[in-house]
Design a protein around this ligand. Structure first.
Ligand code: ATP
Ligand code: AMO
Length: 464
């Protein structure tokens, strides 16, 4: 049995070698009854193959049969590698073509394709200007037929990048002494606030789906694990039909003890993001470039020295730009984006941090600033003017914690296990939570979080 080859391994130096490939028929074009051109595709690579009687290795019947192969069938091909003639040098990998000697059908289609992979691969702008010429594939159609949509080279690259982000997150934290944990997603009580949790039936009673591993990761610190992280699903019952909200997303969470100051956590998180950006740009240029052909965007820009603004400084930048200070008690989504544009212009970066948020804007577990109790030791991180991480130093003193819970209308008894963790003594600590799909969407500028989720869940979509 001949060894299987990958399209990405086929280079002009292999000229004359016989190879076997399993691939999809991307497109097929018959020329009379003598010749068939098949564009073969494997993930993000493709190669031109041809079946011709002139090679003397295939019969007329074979050519006729091959001409009837449908797009997206899976075939096994044995053929000879040929350096591609100058005039057809194209996007094919390594400028080679394959002269097919034998071809077998591995799997055909039992139905009509909802759209062609070529139509689904058109650059967004081209699609916008060319409704007549091309069949435009709308996002909803793509998501309804996600399996076919995921075969585009863009999506193959997007999800390889998603996997890479998870990998770099894990590597960085492991090398900094963090340990992975797995916290329960079924909860007896709402985890952060009652507002946005899904209720599920649980035997004779009910349960909630965790809206964050917040309580568990803090309890792991109280249990002396010192530095922990989790990659897991997060559920939010928010009826937010926006480009950046999902009802289920992947949270990249971490929590660590603090020696002196909450800036230790901010520095760790900042180091993590720079590790991520650097390695994505260095090791995954091919995937990034592939996505860019469909979603043109400027390169994601960041600096070795990260821009850190306090909430007050961020507000000042917005006021300078003409926003009314009276509406800046909080920075809404629109002003967040505006701030992103201001920062990009002034500091030439797509990545920055804001800290010292007013205490009243943050969850009950957030540590107030000891010198200015109306502020808090909290931070948000931003990419292209949108929030990707939220975090803070936490309250480890049980008396203060109970007071803050009551202040936000939460009955401490309803979270007894959590509050008790601090009654048993817990070191100062802090952490943060990142939305994986948001990072991916903003790094690539995909403009809609659904494109960064394999099978997205939003208020209107539970299938496929
Ligand atoms: P998080 O802090 O969880 O990242 P967030 O900052 O987006 O998310 P929220 O404050 O709950 O969290 O989200 C509110 C923002 O999302 C609002 O500023 C609003 O612009 C937008 N938004 C939320 N729900 C809707 C909706 N149904 N329609 C349009 N926009 C919405
Ligand atoms: P927060 O609620 O801000 O903080 O969530 C953390 C990060 O998760 C992402 N995110 C979302 N992504 C997709 N769809 C959503 N509906 C959605 N909501 C949030 C964002 C956000 O920055 N417990 C705290 C974290 C902490 O303090 O450690 C928390 O959950 O990228």
């Amino acid at each position: 049995r001949l060894p299987r080859h990958k399209i990405s391994d086929l280079t002009p130096e292999k000229d004359g070698q016989v190879v076997t490939l399993r691939a999809r028929v991307h497109t097929l074009r018959a020329q009379g009854n003598k010749m068939v051109f098949i564009n073969l595709r494997q993930r993000i690579d493709s190669v031109q193959a041809l079946l011709t009687q002139e090679d003397g290795k295939v019969s007329k019947l074979m050519v006729k049969w091959a001409a009837g192969l449908g797009d997206e069938s899976i075939v096994l091909v044995e053929g000879t590698v040929k350096k591609a003639p100058e005039e057809i040098k194209s996007a094919t990998v390594g400028n080679v073509e394959i002269h097919i000697n034998r071809i077998y059908l591995v799997a055909g289609l039992d139905g009509r394709l909802p759209f062609t992979i070529d139509d689904a691969s058109r650059p967004e702008l081209e699609q916008e200007n060319s409704d007549v010429q091309y069949n435009r594939v709308l996002l909803d159609t793509r998501l309804n037929n996600r399996v076919v949509d995921l075969r585009t080279q863009t999506n193959q690259a997007v999800f390889r990048l998603q996997a890479a982000i998870g990998g770099f997150f894990r590597d960085y934290l492991e090398s900094n002494g963090f340990m992975e944990i797995h916290s329960p997603k079924l909860q007896g009580a709402a985890t952060e606030s009652g507002a946005s949790v899904f209720k599920v039936s649980y035997f004779k009673g009910g349960a909630f789906l965790a809206q964050s591993p917040q309580l568990a990761k803090q309890m792991a610190i109280a249990a002396d694990f010192e530095r922990v992280y989790e990659i897991g699903p997060v559920f939010r019952a928010e009826d937010s039909n926006t480009h950046r909200h999902l009802t289920e997303f992947i949270g990249l969470d971490l929590e660590m003890t603090i020696e002196e100051h909450y800036h230790e956590v901010m520095e760790m998180l900042d180091g993590l993001f720079k590790h991520l950006f650097k390695n994505l740009q260095e090791q995954h240029k091919k995937e990034i470039d592939t996505v860019r052909t469909q979603f043109p965007a400027d390169e994601f820009t960041w600096k070795e020295e990260t821009l850190k603004l306090t909430f007050a400084q961020a507000v000042d930048l917005l006021v300078e730009d003409g926003v009314d200070r009276a509406i800046l008690d909080d920075i809404n989504t629109e002003n967040e984006k505006r701030l992103g544009r201001i920062v990009k212009k002034k500091y030439e970066t797509d990545y920055f941090i804001i800290d010292k948020f007013p205490a009243e804007l943050r969850p009950f577990y957030t540590m107030p600033d000891p010198e200015h109790p109306e502020l808090s030791n909290s931070y948000d991180f931003f990419m292209r003017g949108e929030e990707i991480l939220s975090g803070a130093q936490r309250i480890h003193d049980p008396t203060l914690l109970v007071e803050k819970m009551r202040g936000k209308g939460i009955e401490p008894e309803s979270m007894k296990g959590y509050v008790d963790a601090f009654r048993m003594g817990c070191a100062p600590h802090g952490g943060g939570g990142i939305g994986l799909e948001r990072v991916l969407m903003l790094f690539l500028k995909l403009n809609n979080i659904r494109r960064a989720s394999l099978f997205p869940r939003d208020p209107k979509r539970l299938e496929p």
